[in-house]
Design a protein around this ligand. Structure first.
Ligand SMILES: [Cu+2]
Length: 166
């Protein structure tokens, strides 16, 4: 029952913010819901694809959930050894073409984890020297309230087992 109460409180706190269409994914509209709350973030299933042949860009994925607190926002990511990492999403254009673009801050709350997965939100990793299956790559996810959360990405071409229920 705790979860239900939690969710109801959150809905009140975030009312208004929630009604703003978030198609742009900027996250800016939810600023007032988070002022200075202390949160903890749990990261699961962090993995990164080996580079496609001839490219210096790859993608990384993870699942982030709140283990304490009610709401937080993922604002940025850093990958050790990479030039930069961007939060990306996929979008269908009016003429049916799938494209990706950089996202603003991404919300995580009691409604469920923030999932970065193939075909959806992903970290786009630029300028990282090639990595091979079985290696690990360290990085940091920066949340508005929780601050820097260290992450270790497993390099693999398939999602980790046991299969995550995306
Ligand atoms: Cu991308």
């Amino acid at each position: 029952m705790r979860y239900l109460v939690f969710a109801a409180m959150l809905a009140l706190a975030a009312c208004g913010a929630r009604e703003t269409p978030s198609s742009g994914g900027t996250g800016a509209e939810t600023e007032e819901a988070v002022a200075g709350e202390e949160t903890s973030i749990a990261i699961l299933a962090a993995w990164m694809r080996p580079h496609p042949a001839g490219r210096d860009v790859t993608a990384a994925y993870f699942t982030a959930s709140l283990s304490e607190g009610t709401v937080d926002f993922l604002e940025a990511a850093e990958i050790e050894g990479a030039e930069r990492a961007e939060l990306h999403g996929h979008f269908m254009t009016a003429d049916g073409v799938m494209q990706m673009r950089e996202l603003g801050a991404q919300r995580v709350d009691a409604d469920g984890p923030l999932v970065f997965m193939p075909g959806g939100r992903h970290l786009m990793v630029f300028g990282l020297p090639p990595v091979a299956e079985g290696e690990t790559v360290r990085g940091t996810l920066t949340f508005r309230n929780a601050g820097s959360v260290p992450v270790t990405f497993e390099v693999r071409s398939m999602p980790p087992e046991p299969k995550i229920d995306y």
